[in-house]
Design a protein around this ligand. Structure first.
Ligand SMILES: [Fe+2]
Ligand SMILES: [Fe+2]
Length: 199
């Protein structure tokens, strides 16, 4: 069997859908590598800063790693701006959607809302509300996202920083995206791991 028998989904047989499921499982195993390729594509986007978007992503993740943050934090930080490629107006939500099945809720929530939190640093220069993050007051992760932005995101535009290479992070990305999606032991709703800790 090379392909399914149907031209409309409603006409598919059990054999068709078993065949497709096998293909989809094989396809999902390549998610990590496709994301890593997309990160490299980030390098072409968004000029004007002193470093590229890929450089910013790597620098943010390098800072997270050196702070002793766990793998969920490091991989989420590496991918936090991956939405810039296709979703410049909601890049935070886009990245969070990719991460949500595979990382702790704390991390995907911070990625999802980081655009609002980042405005505290520059909203007053661009006619946006610097306090937009206040809409998230009461979230158990509010302080985590504030710290994420302060330590790893807004700080990571420095061309002189000793940024770790993409190859350093490859095995971490592969490990995270090889997890069982939506595993409650990974998502750990409400759990908070520190951003900074002793190794
Ligand atoms: Fe961002
Ligand atoms: Fe960023």
């Amino acid at each position: 069997m090379d392909h399914v028998t149907f031209t409309q989904m409603k006409d598919g047989t059990k054999e068709d859908y078993d065949f497709l499921t096998t293909h989809e499982v094989a396809h999902t195993k390549g998610t990590a590598d496709r994301l890593l390729d997309a990160l490299v594509a980030l390098d072409e986007g968004l000029s004007g800063y002193k470093i590229t978007r890929l450089g910013h992503s790597l620098q943010s993740a390098s800072r997270a790693h050196r702070d002793g943050a766990d793998i969920d934090w490091v991989v989420s930080t590496l991918l936090h701006d991956i939405g810039d490629i296709y979703a410049p107006y909601n890049h935070d939500e886009y990245a969070a959607t990719i991460l949500r099945p595979f990382v702790r809720e704390q991390c995907s929530w911070c990625v999802m809302t980081h655009g609002d939190f980042q405005l505290i640093y520059y909203g007053h220069h661009v006619g946006a509300d610097p306090d937009k993050r206040d809409r998230h007051t009461g979230s158990p992760y509010f302080d985590d996202c504030a710290q994420f932005c302060e330590r790893w995101d807004q700080s990571s535009f420095d061309p002189d920083y000793d940024t770790l290479p993409l190859d350093f992070f490859r095995p971490l990305v592969r490990e995270v995206f090889a997890r069982t999606p939506y595993d409650p032991d990974v998502i750990r709703t409400g759990a908070r791991e520190p951003l900074v800790r002793e190794r």
